[in-house]
Design a protein around this ligand. Structure first.
Ligand code: NAD
Length: 489
Protein backbone atom coordinates (compact mmCIF):
# COMPACT_ATOMS: atom_id res chain seq x y z
CA UNK A 1 0.00 0.00 0.00
CA UNK A 2 1.62 3.27 -1.08
CA UNK A 3 1.95 6.35 1.14
CA UNK A 4 -0.84 8.87 0.56
CA UNK A 5 0.35 10.80 -2.54
CA UNK A 6 -1.37 14.09 -1.67
CA UNK A 7 0.15 13.99 1.80
CA UNK A 8 3.61 13.18 0.41
CA UNK A 9 3.34 16.22 -1.83
CA UNK A 10 2.92 18.54 1.17
CA UNK A 11 6.00 20.74 1.53
CA UNK A 12 7.87 20.28 4.79
CA UNK A 13 10.80 22.50 3.93
CA UNK A 14 9.41 25.67 5.52
CA UNK A 15 8.42 26.82 8.97
CA UNK A 16 5.88 29.44 9.97
CA UNK A 17 7.49 32.46 11.65
CA UNK A 18 5.97 35.89 12.30
CA UNK A 19 3.11 35.21 9.90
CA UNK A 20 5.23 33.96 7.00
CA UNK A 21 6.55 30.66 5.67
CA UNK A 22 10.36 30.62 5.69
CA UNK A 23 13.08 28.18 4.66
CA UNK A 24 15.55 27.63 7.53
CA UNK A 25 19.03 29.01 6.89
CA UNK A 26 20.85 25.79 7.78
CA UNK A 27 20.52 22.81 5.46
CA UNK A 28 19.56 20.32 8.15
CA UNK A 29 17.01 17.62 7.46
CA UNK A 30 15.10 14.73 9.00
CA UNK A 31 14.35 11.75 6.75
CA UNK A 32 10.76 10.56 6.75
CA UNK A 33 9.56 6.98 6.23
CA UNK A 34 6.19 5.41 5.57
CA UNK A 35 5.47 3.14 8.57
CA UNK A 36 3.40 0.79 6.41
CA UNK A 37 6.00 0.17 3.69
CA UNK A 38 9.25 1.38 5.29
CA UNK A 39 10.00 3.43 2.15
CA UNK A 40 11.47 6.94 2.27
CA UNK A 41 8.82 9.63 1.79
CA UNK A 42 10.73 12.88 1.97
CA UNK A 43 12.76 15.04 4.26
CA UNK A 44 11.68 17.71 6.72
CA UNK A 45 13.82 20.83 6.80
CA UNK A 46 14.73 21.65 10.40
CA UNK A 47 15.08 25.03 12.07
CA UNK A 48 17.99 26.17 14.24
CA UNK A 49 18.84 29.08 16.51
CA UNK A 50 18.42 31.70 13.78
CA UNK A 51 14.76 30.79 13.30
CA UNK A 52 14.19 30.36 17.04
CA UNK A 53 15.52 33.83 17.67
CA UNK A 54 13.24 35.34 15.02
CA UNK A 55 10.25 33.55 16.46
CA UNK A 56 11.05 34.69 20.01
CA UNK A 57 11.40 38.29 18.89
CA UNK A 58 8.12 38.13 16.97
CA UNK A 59 6.33 36.61 19.95
CA UNK A 60 7.75 39.18 22.35
CA UNK A 61 6.59 41.99 20.07
CA UNK A 62 3.04 40.59 20.19
CA UNK A 63 3.16 40.58 23.96
CA UNK A 64 4.42 44.18 24.05
CA UNK A 65 1.54 45.21 21.79
CA UNK A 66 -0.90 44.22 24.49
CA UNK A 67 -2.16 40.89 23.14
CA UNK A 68 -2.41 39.49 26.64
CA UNK A 69 -4.26 42.52 27.99
CA UNK A 70 -7.10 42.22 25.50
CA UNK A 71 -10.41 40.89 26.64
CA UNK A 72 -10.64 37.08 26.39
CA UNK A 73 -13.66 37.48 24.11
CA UNK A 74 -11.42 39.10 21.44
CA UNK A 75 -9.09 36.14 21.41
CA UNK A 76 -11.96 33.64 21.44
CA UNK A 77 -12.99 34.86 17.99
CA UNK A 78 -9.81 33.26 16.63
CA UNK A 79 -10.58 30.02 18.42
CA UNK A 80 -14.00 29.87 16.73
CA UNK A 81 -12.34 30.38 13.37
CA UNK A 82 -9.72 27.73 14.03
CA UNK A 83 -12.31 25.13 15.01
CA UNK A 84 -14.12 25.88 11.76
CA UNK A 85 -10.91 25.59 9.71
CA UNK A 86 -9.91 22.30 11.32
CA UNK A 87 -13.41 20.95 10.89
CA UNK A 88 -13.30 21.78 7.18
CA UNK A 89 -9.94 19.99 6.88
CA UNK A 90 -10.85 16.97 9.01
CA UNK A 91 -10.26 14.38 6.32
CA UNK A 92 -6.97 15.83 5.10
CA UNK A 93 -5.66 16.03 8.66
CA UNK A 94 -6.76 12.46 9.32
CA UNK A 95 -5.05 11.23 6.16
CA UNK A 96 -1.87 12.99 7.18
CA UNK A 97 -1.91 11.50 10.69
CA UNK A 98 -2.73 8.09 9.26
CA UNK A 99 0.14 8.29 6.76
CA UNK A 100 2.69 9.70 9.22
CA UNK A 101 1.86 7.79 12.42
CA UNK A 102 0.34 4.63 10.91
CA UNK A 103 -3.02 5.06 12.67
CA UNK A 104 -5.81 3.43 10.63
CA UNK A 105 -7.79 6.12 8.81
CA UNK A 106 -11.10 5.64 10.67
CA UNK A 107 -9.30 5.90 14.00
CA UNK A 108 -7.34 8.92 12.80
CA UNK A 109 -10.53 10.67 11.72
CA UNK A 110 -12.77 9.87 14.69
CA UNK A 111 -10.20 9.77 17.49
CA UNK A 112 -7.08 11.68 16.54
CA UNK A 113 -8.79 14.56 14.73
CA UNK A 114 -12.14 14.31 16.54
CA UNK A 115 -10.53 14.51 19.98
CA UNK A 116 -8.32 17.44 18.96
CA UNK A 117 -11.34 19.47 17.84
CA UNK A 118 -13.21 18.35 20.96
CA UNK A 119 -10.39 19.74 23.14
CA UNK A 120 -10.59 23.11 21.42
CA UNK A 121 -14.36 23.18 21.94
CA UNK A 122 -13.89 22.29 25.59
CA UNK A 123 -11.35 25.11 25.94
CA UNK A 124 -13.86 27.45 24.30
CA UNK A 125 -16.52 26.39 26.81
CA UNK A 126 -14.12 26.73 29.76
CA UNK A 127 -13.13 30.22 28.60
CA UNK A 128 -16.77 31.34 28.92
CA UNK A 129 -16.65 30.54 32.63
CA UNK A 130 -13.61 32.65 33.55
CA UNK A 131 -12.68 36.30 33.47
CA UNK A 132 -9.38 38.14 33.69
CA UNK A 133 -10.48 39.79 36.92
CA UNK A 134 -12.09 38.08 39.89
CA UNK A 135 -13.37 39.55 43.11
CA UNK A 136 -13.17 36.77 45.71
CA UNK A 137 -15.37 38.60 48.25
CA UNK A 138 -18.24 40.61 46.66
CA UNK A 139 -18.47 42.65 49.88
CA UNK A 140 -14.90 43.89 49.30
CA UNK A 141 -14.79 44.85 45.62
CA UNK A 142 -11.45 46.64 45.91
CA UNK A 143 -9.73 43.30 46.44
CA UNK A 144 -9.14 41.54 43.15
CA UNK A 145 -7.31 38.67 41.49
CA UNK A 146 -6.02 39.54 38.06
CA UNK A 147 -5.13 36.71 35.65
CA UNK A 148 -2.44 37.54 33.11
CA UNK A 149 -0.48 35.54 30.54
CA UNK A 150 2.78 34.04 31.79
CA UNK A 151 4.53 35.31 28.64
CA UNK A 152 6.00 33.68 25.54
CA UNK A 153 5.16 29.97 25.54
CA UNK A 154 7.31 27.26 23.97
CA UNK A 155 5.24 24.19 23.13
CA UNK A 156 7.07 20.93 22.40
CA UNK A 157 4.91 18.01 21.27
CA UNK A 158 5.22 14.26 20.49
CA UNK A 159 4.21 12.24 17.43
CA UNK A 160 1.74 9.73 18.85
CA UNK A 161 -1.35 11.99 18.97
CA UNK A 162 0.19 14.78 16.95
CA UNK A 163 -2.80 17.06 16.41
CA UNK A 164 -4.39 16.39 19.77
CA UNK A 165 -1.36 17.49 21.77
CA UNK A 166 -0.95 20.65 19.69
CA UNK A 167 -4.66 21.51 20.04
CA UNK A 168 -4.57 21.16 23.84
CA UNK A 169 -1.70 23.60 24.11
CA UNK A 170 -2.80 26.01 21.39
CA UNK A 171 -6.32 26.57 22.75
CA UNK A 172 -5.16 27.18 26.30
CA UNK A 173 -2.31 29.53 25.33
CA UNK A 174 -4.58 31.47 22.98
CA UNK A 175 -7.24 32.05 25.63
CA UNK A 176 -4.62 32.96 28.25
CA UNK A 177 -2.97 35.42 25.87
CA UNK A 178 0.46 33.80 25.52
CA UNK A 179 2.19 34.14 22.14
CA UNK A 180 3.35 30.71 21.04
CA UNK A 181 6.34 28.96 19.54
CA UNK A 182 5.40 25.40 18.66
CA UNK A 183 8.00 22.75 17.96
CA UNK A 184 6.10 19.64 16.92
CA UNK A 185 7.69 16.21 16.64
CA UNK A 186 10.06 15.84 13.72
CA UNK A 187 8.22 12.57 12.89
CA UNK A 188 4.94 14.34 12.04
CA UNK A 189 5.86 17.51 10.13
CA UNK A 190 3.08 17.22 7.55
CA UNK A 191 0.31 17.21 10.16
CA UNK A 192 1.99 20.20 11.83
CA UNK A 193 2.21 22.11 8.56
CA UNK A 194 -1.49 21.45 7.92
CA UNK A 195 -2.32 22.73 11.41
CA UNK A 196 -0.19 25.85 10.88
CA UNK A 197 -1.95 26.49 7.56
CA UNK A 198 -5.29 26.40 9.38
CA UNK A 199 -3.91 28.88 11.94
CA UNK A 200 -2.64 31.10 9.11
CA UNK A 201 -6.19 31.22 7.72
CA UNK A 202 -7.68 32.64 10.92
CA UNK A 203 -5.70 35.88 10.73
CA UNK A 204 -4.00 36.06 14.12
CA UNK A 205 -1.64 39.02 14.56
CA UNK A 206 1.73 38.02 13.06
CA UNK A 207 4.01 36.43 15.65
CA UNK A 208 1.20 35.21 17.91
CA UNK A 209 1.70 31.69 16.62
CA UNK A 210 5.01 30.42 15.26
CA UNK A 211 5.67 26.84 14.19
CA UNK A 212 9.26 25.67 13.91
CA UNK A 213 9.97 22.25 12.44
CA UNK A 214 12.84 20.88 14.44
CA UNK A 215 14.26 17.99 16.42
CA UNK A 216 15.78 17.36 19.85
CA UNK A 217 18.45 20.00 19.42
CA UNK A 218 15.93 22.77 18.78
CA UNK A 219 13.71 21.54 21.65
CA UNK A 220 16.72 21.63 23.98
CA UNK A 221 17.57 25.17 22.89
CA UNK A 222 13.99 26.33 23.46
CA UNK A 223 13.97 24.94 27.00
CA UNK A 224 16.65 27.37 28.19
CA UNK A 225 16.22 30.21 25.69
CA UNK A 226 16.13 33.80 26.95
CA UNK A 227 12.81 35.39 26.11
CA UNK A 228 10.80 32.20 26.55
CA UNK A 229 8.83 32.29 29.81
CA UNK A 230 7.05 28.95 29.83
CA UNK A 231 7.72 25.51 28.37
CA UNK A 232 4.77 23.20 27.83
CA UNK A 233 6.07 19.77 26.96
CA UNK A 234 4.35 16.51 26.12
CA UNK A 235 6.62 13.54 25.56
CA UNK A 236 8.78 10.98 27.29
CA UNK A 237 9.80 11.11 30.94
CA UNK A 238 13.52 11.20 30.05
CA UNK A 239 13.14 14.26 27.84
CA UNK A 240 10.80 15.87 30.38
CA UNK A 241 13.55 15.58 32.98
CA UNK A 242 16.08 17.25 30.64
CA UNK A 243 13.67 20.08 29.89
CA UNK A 244 12.98 20.61 33.56
CA UNK A 245 16.70 20.92 34.27
CA UNK A 246 17.34 23.21 31.30
CA UNK A 247 14.46 25.51 32.30
CA UNK A 248 15.41 25.65 35.99
CA UNK A 249 18.17 28.32 36.00
CA UNK A 250 15.68 30.94 34.72
CA UNK A 251 12.74 29.52 36.68
CA UNK A 252 10.73 29.13 33.47
CA UNK A 253 7.36 27.65 34.22
CA UNK A 254 7.17 24.03 33.03
CA UNK A 255 4.07 22.02 32.21
CA UNK A 256 5.17 18.42 31.76
CA UNK A 257 2.86 15.73 30.35
CA UNK A 258 5.05 12.63 30.37
CA UNK A 259 4.95 8.88 29.93
CA UNK A 260 2.87 6.31 31.76
CA UNK A 261 2.57 2.65 32.65
CA UNK A 262 -1.07 2.63 33.51
CA UNK A 263 -2.57 -0.25 35.52
CA UNK A 264 -5.97 -1.74 34.77
CA UNK A 265 -7.17 -3.39 37.99
CA UNK A 266 -9.63 -6.23 37.49
CA UNK A 267 -11.33 -7.17 40.77
CA UNK A 268 -12.93 -10.60 40.85
CA UNK A 269 -16.45 -9.13 41.09
CA UNK A 270 -16.10 -7.32 37.72
CA UNK A 271 -17.80 -8.12 34.41
CA UNK A 272 -14.85 -10.24 33.32
CA UNK A 273 -15.52 -10.57 29.58
CA UNK A 274 -16.23 -6.86 29.11
CA UNK A 275 -13.28 -5.87 31.27
CA UNK A 276 -10.82 -8.00 29.32
CA UNK A 277 -12.17 -6.99 25.93
CA UNK A 278 -12.15 -3.25 26.80
CA UNK A 279 -8.82 -3.53 28.60
CA UNK A 280 -7.02 -5.12 25.66
CA UNK A 281 -8.61 -2.69 23.20
CA UNK A 282 -7.37 0.21 25.34
CA UNK A 283 -3.88 -1.23 25.60
CA UNK A 284 -3.66 -1.90 21.83
CA UNK A 285 -5.33 1.29 20.53
CA UNK A 286 -3.12 3.36 18.24
CA UNK A 287 -0.87 0.24 18.17
CA UNK A 288 -0.17 0.79 21.87
CA UNK A 289 1.21 4.28 21.29
CA UNK A 290 -0.80 6.29 23.81
CA UNK A 291 0.57 7.75 27.04
CA UNK A 292 -2.43 6.49 29.02
CA UNK A 293 -2.53 2.98 27.47
CA UNK A 294 -3.83 0.42 29.97
CA UNK A 295 -0.65 -1.59 29.47
CA UNK A 296 -0.44 -3.41 32.80
CA UNK A 297 -3.42 -5.58 33.74
CA UNK A 298 -3.55 -6.42 37.46
CA UNK A 299 -5.90 -9.36 37.94
CA UNK A 300 -7.29 -10.70 41.23
CA UNK A 301 -6.41 -14.37 41.64
CA UNK A 302 -10.01 -15.72 41.58
CA UNK A 303 -10.47 -14.71 37.92
CA UNK A 304 -6.85 -14.95 36.77
CA UNK A 305 -7.12 -18.15 34.67
CA UNK A 306 -10.37 -16.99 33.04
CA UNK A 307 -8.78 -13.64 32.16
CA UNK A 308 -5.79 -15.34 30.52
CA UNK A 309 -8.05 -17.45 28.26
CA UNK A 310 -10.06 -14.41 27.21
CA UNK A 311 -7.00 -12.20 26.71
CA UNK A 312 -5.34 -14.78 24.50
CA UNK A 313 -8.51 -15.15 22.42
CA UNK A 314 -8.85 -11.39 21.99
CA UNK A 315 -5.21 -10.83 21.09
CA UNK A 316 -5.20 -13.73 18.59
CA UNK A 317 -8.31 -12.28 16.94
CA UNK A 318 -7.00 -8.70 16.76
CA UNK A 319 -6.87 -7.74 13.12
CA UNK A 320 -3.90 -5.87 11.69
CA UNK A 321 -4.11 -3.86 8.48
CA UNK A 322 -2.76 -0.95 6.48
CA UNK A 323 -3.38 2.56 7.83
CA UNK A 324 -5.20 3.62 4.66
CA UNK A 325 -7.80 0.83 4.97
CA UNK A 326 -11.17 1.51 6.63
CA UNK A 327 -11.99 -0.52 9.72
CA UNK A 328 -11.11 -0.99 13.36
CA UNK A 329 -7.87 -2.91 12.82
CA UNK A 330 -4.43 -1.98 14.22
CA UNK A 331 -1.79 -0.38 12.05
CA UNK A 332 2.00 -0.42 12.28
CA UNK A 333 3.98 1.46 14.91
CA UNK A 334 5.49 4.71 13.65
CA UNK A 335 9.15 3.95 12.97
CA UNK A 336 11.92 1.39 12.84
CA UNK A 337 13.30 2.79 16.10
CA UNK A 338 9.92 2.26 17.77
CA UNK A 339 9.54 -1.24 16.27
CA UNK A 340 13.02 -2.22 17.46
CA UNK A 341 12.38 -0.85 20.94
CA UNK A 342 9.19 -2.88 21.27
CA UNK A 343 11.02 -6.02 20.07
CA UNK A 344 13.72 -5.48 22.70
CA UNK A 345 11.06 -5.24 25.41
CA UNK A 346 9.22 -8.35 24.17
CA UNK A 347 12.57 -10.19 24.24
CA UNK A 348 13.15 -8.94 27.79
CA UNK A 349 9.78 -10.35 28.86
CA UNK A 350 10.76 -13.76 27.46
CA UNK A 351 14.25 -13.60 29.00
CA UNK A 352 12.96 -12.53 32.41
CA UNK A 353 10.53 -15.46 32.57
CA UNK A 354 7.11 -14.00 31.75
CA UNK A 355 4.73 -16.47 30.05
CA UNK A 356 4.05 -15.45 26.43
CA UNK A 357 0.42 -16.41 25.69
CA UNK A 358 -0.19 -14.45 22.45
CA UNK A 359 1.90 -12.75 19.76
CA UNK A 360 5.61 -12.37 20.39
CA UNK A 361 8.70 -11.41 18.46
CA UNK A 362 8.77 -10.52 14.77
CA UNK A 363 6.52 -8.84 12.25
CA UNK A 364 2.79 -9.55 12.41
CA UNK A 365 1.55 -12.43 10.25
CA UNK A 366 0.71 -11.57 6.66
CA UNK A 367 3.06 -8.57 6.31
CA UNK A 368 6.28 -8.64 4.34
CA UNK A 369 7.10 -5.03 5.16
CA UNK A 370 6.02 -2.30 7.54
CA UNK A 371 6.51 -1.81 11.26
CA UNK A 372 3.68 -4.16 12.26
CA UNK A 373 4.13 -5.50 15.80
CA UNK A 374 2.24 -8.68 16.74
CA UNK A 375 -0.51 -8.04 19.34
CA UNK A 376 1.21 -9.60 22.33
CA UNK A 377 0.14 -10.77 25.79
CA UNK A 378 2.40 -11.80 28.65
CA UNK A 379 1.04 -13.62 31.72
CA UNK A 380 2.75 -14.21 35.08
CA UNK A 381 4.51 -10.86 34.92
CA UNK A 382 6.31 -9.93 38.14
CA UNK A 383 7.23 -6.46 39.48
CA UNK A 384 10.96 -6.82 38.75
CA UNK A 385 10.45 -7.34 34.99
CA UNK A 386 11.04 -4.53 32.49
CA UNK A 387 7.63 -5.20 30.90
CA UNK A 388 6.02 -4.49 34.29
CA UNK A 389 7.79 -1.19 34.80
CA UNK A 390 8.64 0.41 31.45
CA UNK A 391 6.40 2.15 28.98
CA UNK A 392 6.51 -0.20 25.95
CA UNK A 393 4.57 1.98 23.48
CA UNK A 394 3.51 -0.98 21.39
CA UNK A 395 0.57 -3.43 21.43
CA UNK A 396 1.89 -5.44 24.36
CA UNK A 397 -0.27 -6.32 27.38
CA UNK A 398 1.47 -7.39 30.60
CA UNK A 399 -0.70 -9.34 33.08
CA UNK A 400 0.14 -9.66 36.76
CA UNK A 401 -1.75 -11.44 39.56
CA UNK A 402 -2.74 -9.94 42.93
CA UNK A 403 -4.68 -11.26 45.93
CA UNK A 404 -6.02 -8.35 47.97
CA UNK A 405 -7.26 -4.85 47.24
CA UNK A 406 -4.56 -3.27 49.43
CA UNK A 407 -1.85 -5.17 47.59
CA UNK A 408 -3.03 -3.76 44.23
CA UNK A 409 -3.30 -0.21 45.60
CA UNK A 410 0.13 -0.36 47.27
CA UNK A 411 1.68 -1.72 44.10
CA UNK A 412 0.24 1.04 41.89
CA UNK A 413 1.31 3.75 44.33
CA UNK A 414 4.85 2.36 44.52
CA UNK A 415 5.46 2.70 40.77
CA UNK A 416 7.43 5.48 39.06
CA UNK A 417 4.59 6.58 36.81
CA UNK A 418 1.27 8.02 37.96
CA UNK A 419 -0.61 8.98 34.82
CA UNK A 420 -3.80 6.86 34.67
CA UNK A 421 -5.42 3.89 36.40
CA UNK A 422 -8.43 1.85 35.35
CA UNK A 423 -10.69 0.12 37.88
CA UNK A 424 -13.03 -2.75 36.98
CA UNK A 425 -15.40 -3.62 39.80
CA UNK A 426 -19.12 -4.10 40.23
CA UNK A 427 -18.92 -2.89 43.83
CA UNK A 428 -19.42 0.90 43.80
CA UNK A 429 -17.99 1.33 47.29
CA UNK A 430 -14.87 -0.56 46.34
CA UNK A 431 -14.41 1.41 43.13
CA UNK A 432 -14.83 4.67 45.02
CA UNK A 433 -12.50 3.63 47.85
CA UNK A 434 -9.76 2.52 45.45
CA UNK A 435 -10.13 5.64 43.32
CA UNK A 436 -9.48 7.74 46.43
CA UNK A 437 -6.41 5.73 47.40
CA UNK A 438 -4.63 5.66 44.04
CA UNK A 439 -2.02 8.37 43.57
CA UNK A 440 -2.47 9.00 39.83
CA UNK A 441 -3.84 11.84 37.73
CA UNK A 442 -6.63 10.07 35.84
CA UNK A 443 -8.99 7.32 36.98
CA UNK A 444 -11.52 5.56 34.83
CA UNK A 445 -14.07 3.22 36.42
CA UNK A 446 -15.67 0.43 34.39
CA UNK A 447 -14.78 1.95 31.03
CA UNK A 448 -16.39 5.37 31.52
CA UNK A 449 -14.52 7.96 29.43
CA UNK A 450 -13.62 11.42 30.75
CA UNK A 451 -15.76 14.40 29.78
CA UNK A 452 -14.17 16.85 27.33
CA UNK A 453 -12.40 19.54 29.34
CA UNK A 454 -11.67 17.24 32.30
CA UNK A 455 -8.16 17.81 33.73
CA UNK A 456 -5.50 15.68 32.05
CA UNK A 457 -2.07 14.93 33.50
CA UNK A 458 -0.14 12.74 35.88
CA UNK A 459 1.73 12.49 39.15
CA UNK A 460 5.33 11.43 39.96
CA UNK A 461 7.33 10.66 36.80
CA UNK A 462 4.25 11.18 34.61
CA UNK A 463 4.67 14.91 34.97
CA UNK A 464 3.68 18.19 36.53
CA UNK A 465 0.57 20.21 35.76
CA UNK A 466 -2.72 19.61 33.99
CA UNK A 467 -3.99 20.31 30.51
CA UNK A 468 -7.52 20.62 29.13
CA UNK A 469 -10.46 22.86 30.03
CA UNK A 470 -10.04 25.46 32.72
CA UNK A 471 -6.92 23.79 34.17
CA UNK A 472 -5.23 24.04 30.77
CA UNK A 473 -5.91 27.78 30.57
CA UNK A 474 -4.78 28.51 34.13
CA UNK A 475 -1.46 26.77 33.41
CA UNK A 476 -0.60 29.63 31.00
CA UNK A 477 -1.60 32.38 33.45
CA UNK A 478 -0.03 34.19 36.38
CA UNK A 479 -2.37 35.49 39.05
CA UNK A 480 -1.76 38.91 40.50
CA UNK A 481 -3.28 39.98 43.81
CA UNK A 482 -4.57 43.58 43.82
CA UNK A 483 -5.89 45.31 46.93
CA UNK A 484 -7.14 48.88 47.18
CA UNK A 485 -8.00 51.66 44.77
CA UNK A 486 -6.21 54.83 43.71
CA UNK A 487 -6.84 57.61 46.25
CA UNK A 488 -9.17 60.33 45.03
CA UNK A 489 -7.59 63.78 45.01
P1 NAD B 1 10.03 12.34 23.01
O1 NAD B 1 10.18 12.72 24.43
O2 NAD B 1 11.10 11.56 22.38
O3 NAD B 1 9.85 13.65 22.09
C1 NAD B 1 8.84 14.58 22.33
C2 NAD B 1 9.26 15.93 21.77
O4 NAD B 1 10.43 16.38 22.45
C3 NAD B 1 9.62 15.93 20.29
O5 NAD B 1 9.15 17.09 19.71
C4 NAD B 1 11.14 15.89 20.31
O6 NAD B 1 11.73 16.45 19.15
C5 NAD B 1 11.43 16.73 21.52
N1 NAD B 1 12.73 16.50 22.16
C6 NAD B 1 13.51 15.40 22.11
N2 NAD B 1 14.61 15.56 22.88
C7 NAD B 1 14.51 16.80 23.43
C8 NAD B 1 15.32 17.55 24.34
N3 NAD B 1 16.46 17.06 24.83
N4 NAD B 1 14.89 18.77 24.73
C9 NAD B 1 13.72 19.28 24.28
N5 NAD B 1 12.92 18.63 23.39
C10 NAD B 1 13.32 17.40 22.99
O7 NAD B 1 8.60 11.62 22.92
P2 NAD B 1 7.92 10.95 21.64
O8 NAD B 1 8.64 9.68 21.34
O9 NAD B 1 7.75 11.96 20.59
O10 NAD B 1 6.45 10.63 22.23
C11 NAD B 1 6.15 9.55 23.01
C12 NAD B 1 6.17 9.89 24.49
O11 NAD B 1 5.26 10.96 24.75
C13 NAD B 1 5.72 8.74 25.36
O12 NAD B 1 6.56 8.63 26.46
C14 NAD B 1 4.31 9.15 25.78
O13 NAD B 1 3.88 8.56 26.97
C15 NAD B 1 4.47 10.62 25.89
N6 NAD B 1 3.14 11.27 25.84
C16 NAD B 1 2.60 11.78 26.99
C17 NAD B 1 1.33 12.35 26.98
C18 NAD B 1 0.70 12.92 28.23
O14 NAD B 1 -0.24 13.70 28.11
N7 NAD B 1 1.16 12.56 29.41
C19 NAD B 1 0.60 12.40 25.78
C20 NAD B 1 1.19 11.88 24.62
C21 NAD B 1 2.48 11.33 24.67
Amino acid sequence: MSFDAEITALQVDQSFIAGHWCVPVLDKGFDLFDPASETAVGRAHLCGITELDRAVQAAQAVLKNGWGRQDIANRLVYLDRLIEALDRNRLLLARSISAEVGSPIDFALAQQVGTAIGHLQATQAAAQTISQDRTPDPAKPTHRERYEPVGVAAMITPWNWPLNQIALKFGAALVAGCPMILKPSEYTPRTSVLFARCVQEIGLPHGTFNMLLGGAELGAAMSSYQGIDLVSFTGSTDVGRKISLAAAPDFKRCILELGGKSPNILFENCQVETAVQQGLAHCFRNAGQSCNAASLMLVQDGIYDQVLVLAKQDADQTRMGPPSENGSHLGPVISKAQYDRVQVLIQSGIDQGARLIAGGLGRADGFKQGFYVRPTVFADVTPDMRIAKEEIFGPVQSIMKFSHEKQAVDYVNSQDHGLAAYIQSSDDEQADRVSQQLNVGLIQINGTSRLPGAPFGGTRQSGIGRESGIWGIRAYQEVKSISGVARQV
